[in-house]
Design a protein around this ligand. Sequence first.
Ligand SMILES: *Cc1c(COP(=O)(O)O)cnc(C)c1O
Length: 412
Amino acid sequence: MSAARLAAGGGWRAAARGSGLLRVSPDGTEHVASTIFAEMSALALRTGAINLGQGFPDVDGPAWIAEAAVQAVRDGHNQYPPGPGIAELREAIADHQRRRYDLEVDPGTEVLVTTGATEALAAALLALVGPGDEVITLEPFYDSYGGVIGLTGARHVPVALVASPTGFRLDAAALRAAASPRTRLILINTPHNPTGAVLDADELAAIAQVATDCDAIVLTDEVYEHLTYGDSVHVPIATLPGMAGRTLTVSSSGKTFSFTGWKIGWIHGPAELITAVRTVKQFLTYVSGAPFQPAIARALADDDAPRELAASLAARRDLLCEGLAAAGFAVTVPQGTYFVVADGAPLGFPDGAELCRRLPELAGVVAIPMTAFCSEGSPANAALRSSLRFTFVKRPEVLEQAVDRLSRLPGA
Ligand SMILES: *Cc1c(COP(=O)(O)O)cnc(C)c1O
């Protein structure tokens, strides 16, 4: 049997289609392209350009947290931990939610530790939606959303965030128009990657209203919960009146503590929904990262580490935003996350993907085109065609060098 024949079945095509990775060759055959993240990271390596594409820190998190993991290995936390996660970590998660947001969560039945937020999102979608259902997401969206929704067989209904003088904002009327009796789940992300938007009270209320009207579940990705700037405040949608009963809240230690490779995430919500998610999770990974769990339990009890990261990122955000603006980009200053959206149109580049491919040669910097986070042919895709995403979770001297290089762009 040919390899093509062997790969003809299964759900991977739906995942590739949902994440925009399925390409059709001129002869009509379909193949999976490599992700733009891999392509741009390879380009950075090949050209020696500064990689402001992929969003991972170039400095590890606090040494005392790393030491706690080392100690856990020495102390023998090296075999399968309990399926829902160790009690100490589930209690630390519940305590964090109570302390920070006044959310009451039962660590015994309402919390599940996962292999990063990625697995929490995948297990929740696989557990709760299927063919015939519709899943609303914001657009642009984190790339795993489209892939997993494709695997479930549900229909993906994206609603555009629209650029405005106060950053990217949700069009509540567009959200209401996208809702239908088939809307089973609304997947939101705040603070939002890639736009840097932090959903405000009105936007959250509009989402809560639509979810209630459709009797839909809200799945909320809050991995950047601690990374907000200025006056922006992160509000979990589960804190809105009546919403805790229909909301699954996802977060992760990767972004908060700068240990993205540890992959300790979690999800909490009503016990019935968590049981459904745990049922799927147990067949995906069974359990996750034994020695990292006690280390993250200790990290979560400490409010200083995330505060210090947010403060240092605020300065780096300003450095990169000012540099991009000086280079001639139209910059949307982010309220949260560690990404900034910059439009290359004022510099005479109407095609962001094309600019990203040329940026290493033009300025020695790598970014990601915003269309990588959009579905094909959508209004958001058209609106963001000339825009790029840059990350500022790099050391200040790296950002200074990038800004210096960008100032050499023609038209700057
Ligand atoms: C990084 C990221 C994730 C993945 O988190 P992990 O804990 O590494 O799996 C999920 N959602 C968004 C929006 C992210 O930026």
